[in-house]
Design a protein around this ligand. Structure first.
Ligand code: NAD
Length: 386
C-alpha cells in the first residue's frame, strides 16, 4: 500500500492525539510538526518522535513529503491555515470548529471542493462504535420516527476564576466559547445520529464567571496554573454556559445545554433520541454502553461487543467485548475513515465513511451563528441558514 505523509500544525493538547491516531493506521508516516516557534517545534517533534519540526506552518506546507495536513491550532487560525493548506493542494483534516464564523466555513468548503482535496473536520464522537450502532438503528426504524432529541455537553475545567483558556477570548476562540467548543460537537452528533437537521433554535446564554485571572503566559488546554504565575484580572464577554431549544426538519423537538463550569462533569456529552417505539441514549463518559428504552418491553443496556453490533458497524469496534474502547479509539476510527478515502481504498466507496466533511463543519457553524443571533435578540426563535 502506498505510504501517505502527514504533517501536524499545532501540537498542544489535541495535536498529539492526531499523531497517535494516524500512526495506528499502519501506512501513514508522520513527517513533520509545525509549532509557534522553531524551538517549540523542535522540542515537540523530538518528544513525539517526528523527524521534522518547523517554526511556521508556511514552511511545513512547502514540504513535498506532506500529503495531508492536520490543523490543531487555536480556532482563530483555522480559516487562515486551512485555506493555505487547500491552496497548496494538500488534503486537510481540520479540528473543530471549522472556522469562527459560518461565512468563513462556507468559503473553506467552496475552496476545498474547487481544489478537489479530501476535507474533514474532527467531530470525533462519530467514531464511537455505539454511536454508529445508534445511528444505524435509527436509520433502520428500530425506534420509529424520532420526536425528541436532547442532551448536554458539560465539563468543569473552566469552573474557577483562575481557570483560563484562549477559548474565552473572542479574538482567539471566536464569537462563542462553550458553544463553539463543545456545543458544535453536540449539534453535529445529534444530527449525525438522528439523521435529522436542526432548522431553528432559541437560546439562553450565560457568563457564570464574569471576570477571570489571566496568566501572563499562555496555557494549553486543560493545563492548570503553577500558582506562581503573574495574573491579570480580565472581564469575560463570552458564554461559559448555554441552554438551547431546537427544532428539527422532520418536526421533532429538542433541547441541549452546554457548559464548562459544571463541577464533576469532566467530558460529559450525553445524547438521547426518543422515537415512536423506543429511545436510544449514549453518554461519552460511559461510552461502552448504549441504553435502549422500550415502553412495551424491558429497557436494557447494550454493552459494546463487536459480535452484537450490526455488520456495517463492527469495524468501529477495535477490541473484543469486555475490553473498554475509549476516546482515543474513536478518534482513530474517524482517522481510519478519512485516510481510507485519501488512499482511494475501494472499500470506502462501497460503504460511505462516517466522518464529518467541511460541509458538516459549515453546518455546525451555521447552528452556532443562529444560536448567537437568537440570544442577541433576547431569546427568539431563529432559523439556521441552509
Ligand atoms: N476534536 C476534539 O475533541 C478536540 C479536543 C480538543 C481541542 N480541539 C480543537 O483543536 C484545536 C486546538 O485545541 P487544543 O485544546 O489542542 O489547544 P492548545 O492550546 O492546547 O494547543 C494549540 C497549540 O497550537 C499552537 N499554535 C498556536 N499558534 C500556532 C501557529 N501559528 N502555528 C503552529 N502552532 C501554533 C500552540 O502553541 C499550542 O501548542 C482547537 O480548535 C480545538 O477546538 C478539538
Amino acid at each position: 500500500m502506498k505510504r501517505i505523509g502527514m504533517g501536524l500544525i499545532g501540537a498542544g493538547f489535541v495535536g498529539p492525539h492526531h499523531i497517535d491516531a494516524v500512526r495506528r493506521l499502519g501506512y501513514v508516516d508522520v513527517v513533520a510538526i509545525a509549532a509557534s516557534s522553531e524551538t517549540s517545534a523542535r522540542a515537540k517533534a523530538d518528544a513525539l518522535g517526528v523527524p521534522k519540526g518547523y517554526g511556521t506552518y508556511e514552511a511545513l506546507l512547502e514540504d513535498d513529503d506532506v500529503d495531508v495536513v492536520h490543523n490543531a491550532t487555536p480556532n482563530y487560525l483555522h480559516y487562515k491555515v486551512n485555506a493555505a493548506v487547500i491552496a497548496r493542494g494538500k488534503h486537510i483534516v481540520s479540528d473543530k470548529p471549522l472556522a469562527t464564523t459560518s461565512a468563513e466555513a462556507k468559503s473553506l468548503l467552496d475552496q476545498a471542493r474547487a481544489a478537489g482535496v479530501v476535507h474533514a473536520v474532527t467531530f470525533n464522537y462519530r467514531g464511537n462504535p455505539l454511536v454508529q450502532q445508534a445511528r444505524h438503528m435509527i436509520a433502520r426504524g428500530d425506534i420509529g420516527r424520532p420526536h425528541f432529541v436532547h442532551g448536554f455537553y458539560l465539563q468543569d475545567w473552566l469552573l474557577k476564576n483562575t481557570d483560563y483558556s484562549w477559548r474565552l477570548e473572542p479574538d482567539k476562540g471566536g464569537p462563542s466559547s462553550a458553544l463553539g467548543d463543545v456545543g458544535s460537537h453536540w449539534c453535529d452528533l445529534a444530527q449525525h445520529v438522528s439523521g435529522l437537521r436542526i432548522t431553528e433554535v432559541l437560546a439562553d446564554l450565560t457568563t457564570v464567571i464574569p471576570t477571570r485571572k489571566k496568566p501572563a503566559r499562555a496555557r494549553e488546554a486543560f493545563q492548570t496554573g503553577s500558582g506562581q504565575e503573574r495574573l491579570e484580572e480580565v472581564e469575560m464577554t463570552l458564554e461559559d454556559l448555554a441552554s438551547v431549544i431546537v427544532r428539527f426538519d422532520n418536526g421533532a423537538k429538542g433541547a441541549f445545554s452546554v457548559g464548562q463550569v459544571c463541577a464533576g462533569h469532566k467530558n460529559d456529552l450525553q445524547l438521547e433520541v426518543c422515537g415512536a417505539t423506543g429511545s436510544l441514549g449514549w453518554r461519552q463518559e460511559r461510552q461502552n454502553e448504549l441504553w435502549i428504552g422500550r415502553r412495551d418491553g424491558a429497557s436494557h443496556v447494550l454493552v459494546k461487543d463487536p459480535a452484537l453490533l450490526d455488520d456495517d458497524v463492527r469495524r468501529y469496534a477495535q477490541l473484543p467485548g469486555g475490553h473498554q474502547e475509549g476516546w482515543a479509539d474513536a478518534f482513530c476510527n474517524v482517522m481510519r475513515d478519512i485516510y481510507d478515502v485519501i488512499a482511494g481504498d475501494a472499500r470506502s466507496a462501497a460503504r460511505p465513511p462516517a466522518f464529518a466533511t467541511f460541509e458538516d463543519g459549515y453546518r455546525a457553524t451555521c447552528i452556532v451563528d443562529a444560536i448567537l443571533s437568537s440570544a442577541a435578540q433576547g431569546g427568539v426563535w431563529t432559523k439556521v441558514a441552509d
